[in-house]
Design a binder for this molecule. Structure first.
Ligand code: DP6
Length: 338
C-alpha cells in the first residue's frame, strides 16, 4: 500500500525581516517580522509526500531532481516530524499506521515550485505535507522554518516574536487581507548565484553569535519599524512602505556583512538593480517601486500599481535583459499577487 498527501503552500516575502533566533529548537525569533503572502496561483510550492512499507529509504525530489538527504536540513526536519507523528488511519484503504510504526517507515517527498527555482524563495511545503501525513498536532506553522508560519494567512502578516520561553505567544497574526491593498504588483528578478549560499538557519546563527550590530537592529530599529510599517500598510501609504521595506532589506544585508565570516547574499546584479530602482524612484519624486532581497540574490520588486509595474518591467528588460553574464534568469510576474 501507499498513502499520499499533497499540500500547497504559498510563498511569503518579508518586508520587515526575521533574522536571528532566541531559541533554535522552538524556532523563536529575536524580533517581530512582517511579510506579504503571494497569490498561490502565481507563486507557490506543491508537495506530495508518500509513505509505503515498500520504501527502503527516505528520498526527496525538488523540481524533478533528486536531492541528497544525508545529514542535511531536510533529514533533520524529517526526524523531528517523525518524533511528533501520531496514529493515522485510512479506513477506505484499510491502512492503519501507529505512532510506533513511523519509526520504521520511509517517505518519498516530491516538491514543485510553479516558478523558476530561486534560492531564498523556497517555502516549507514539504514540512507542511509531512506534518499532515503523519498527523502532527502542532499548528504554529513553524515546523522547519520560522518564516513559513507567516504563510498561514493571505495579505500582510506579522509574526510576533513573543516573550514566553515555551513560544506559546510567538504567533502569526494577519494584519490586513489580500483585498486591502490589491493594486500592488510583485515582480521577481530571478538572479542565480554562483556560489552556494549560506542557509538561513546557519547564517542567522552566525550573525547572532558574531555581529556587533544585530542587537541594535533587533532591539532598537525593528520595533520602531514594525509600528511604522503597520501604519503604512493600514493607510496604503506607498512612500513610507517603500522607505521602510528598502531600508530593512538593506539593514538585513548589512548585518550579514557584519557577520564573521561575512555573508554575501546579494551579488553585483542585485546591487545594480537597487541602483536602478533608487534612481527611478528619486527621478519620479514619489516612489514607484520597493525592493527587498532575502537570503539570496533575487530581487523582489513591489510596484505601487499596474502602471508602474509595466514601466518597471520595461526598464528592467532594457537594463537587465535575462542573460548568463549577469546571471539573470527570468522575471516572474505576480500580477494581482496581493
Ligand atoms: C531572510 O525562515 O528560512 O527570508 O527559521 O532558520 O528556517 P529558519 O529561517 P527562514 O529565514 C527567512 C529569513 C529571511 C527573512 C524573512 O523571511 O523574514
Amino acid at each position: 500500500w501507499v498513502l499520499m498527501v499533497t499540500a500547497q503552500t504559498p510563498t511569503n516575502i518579508a518586508v520587515i525581516k526575521y533574522w536571528g533566533k532566541r531559541d533554535e529548537n522552538l524556532i523563536l525569533a529575536i524580533n517581530d517580522s512582517i511579510s506579504v503572502t503571494l497569490d498561490p496561483a502565481h507563486l507557490c510550492t506543491t508537495t506530495t509526500v508518500a509513505v509505503s512499507p515498500a520504501f527502503n529509504q527516505d528520498r526527496m525530489w525538488l523540481n524533478g531532481k533528486e536531492i541528497s538527504l544525508s545529514g542535511g536540513r531536510y533529514q533533520n526536519c524529517l526526524w523531528e516530524i517523525r518524533a511528533c507523528a501520531n496514529d493515522v488511519e485510512d479506513e477506505k484503504k484499510g491502512i492503519r499506521i501507529t505512532k510506533k510504526d513511523w519509526e520504521n517507515l520511509h517517505v518519498h517527498v516530491t516538491s514543485y515550485n510553479n516558478f523558476p527555482t530561486a534560492a531564498g524563495l523556497a517555502s516549507s511545503a514539504a514540512v507542511y505535507s509531512l506534518a499532515k501525513l503523519m498527523n502532527v498536532q502542532e499548528d504554529n506553522g513553524r515546523q522547519g522554518s520560522g518564516s513559513a508560519c507567516r504563510s498561514l494567512y493571505g495579505g500582510f502578516v506579522k509574526w510576533v516574536m513573543g516573550k514566553e520561553e515555551n513560544g506559546s505567544d510567538s504567533i502569526a497574526v494577519p494584519l490586513v487581507d489580500e483585498k486591502h491593498w490589491d493594486e500592488l504588483v510583485i515582480i521577481i528578478a530571478v538572479v542565480c548565484s554562483r556560489q552556494k549560499e549560506t542557509s538561513s538557519t546557519s547564517g542567522m546563527r552566525e550573525t547572532v553569535e558574531t555581529s556587533a550590530l544585530i542587537e541594535h537592529r533587533a532591539k532598537e530599529v525593528v520595533p520602531k519599524r514594525i509600528i511604522q510599517m503597520e501604519e503604512a500598510i493600514q493607510k496604503r501609504d506607498f512612500a513610507t512602505f517603500t522607505h521602510l521595506t528598502c531600508a530593512d532589506s538593506n539593514q538585513f544585508h548589512a548585518v550579514c556583512l557584519d557577520t564573521s565570516p561575512p555573508i554575501f547574499y546579494m551579488n553585483d546584479t542585485s546591487h545594480r538593480i537597487i541602483g536602478c530602482v533608487e534612481k527611478w524612484n528619486r527621478s519620479e519624486g514619489t516612489p514607484q517601486v520597493a525592493y527587498t532581497f532575502d537570503a539570496g540574490p533575487n530581487a523582489v520588486l513591489i510596484a505601487r500599481n499596474r502602471t508602474s509595474a509595466a514601466l518597471l518591467l520595461q526598464r528592467l528588460l532594457f537594463h537587465f535583459p535575462p542573460n548568463s553574464e549577469t546571471d539573470l534568469n527570468s522575471y516572474v510576474i505576480g500580477d494581482k499577487s496581493l
